[in-house]
Design a protein around this ligand. Structure first.
Ligand SMILES: [Zn+2]
Length: 178
């Protein structure tokens, strides 16, 4: 938890891409596109490997892309979806390999809900306007939240709840002992 996937490295390529596009250098544009794709993939690999190595449980929120559709351009959304799909795919097989628990949960309301008091207050980010809010203060309990960290805490809580419900620990434990 607390890891955020940064794509800062791709920014330098984005600048080079703009230059090549202005110069109408098609070959260079194509090469840079490939480079950006590889850089992104490499970053996702490093991110997922570290995540699986450092954690015994990984819970991810299934993104309901419907709410994103309106506010993102088509290209941005497809790029976002591709990145998300790849991230999930890698986590799934790397967790399986490393014996790490991997859970996908519905992330509805995980952004709006305060991870401290579990209330959805008037100040929480929601809807289209809410997408631009990076940080917010809960009007109910006064806690300041980083948008993504708050959502991550809620997603983890949902995952832990599911595990607690999903493990019939007593009966299974007894069976093993016998
Ligand atoms: Zn609160």
């Amino acid at each position: 938890m607390g890891d955020k996937l940064t794509i800062k490295q791709t920014q330098k390529w984005a600048n080079k891409l703009a230059t090549a596009q202005r110069a109408k250098n098609k070959k260079r544009v194509k090469a840079i596109h490939a480079k950006i794709k590889n850089t992104r993939l490499d970053l996702i690999h490093k991110f997922t490997t570290k995540l699986v190595k450092d954690n015994s449980l990984i819970v991810v929120g299934e993104v309901k892309s419907r709410s994103f559709t309106n506010s993102m351009t088509k290209l941005a959304k497809s790029t976002y979806d591709a990145g998300w799909f790849e991230l999930k795919r890698q986590l799934e097989y790397k967790c399986k390999h490393a014996g790490c628990q991997f859970e996908i949960v519905n992330e509805s309301y995980t952004t709006q809900t305060c991870s401290c008091c579990l209330k959805i207050s008037d100040s929480s980010p929601r809807g289209r306007a809410g997408l631009r809010i990076r940080g917010w203060r809960c009007a109910e309990c006064g806690t300041w939240h980083d948008r993504d960290m708050n959502a991550a805490k809620n997603i983890l809580a949902v995952g832990l709840d599911r595990l607690a419900v999903g493990i019939p620990s007593v009966s299974r434990g007894e069976e093993v002992k016998d």
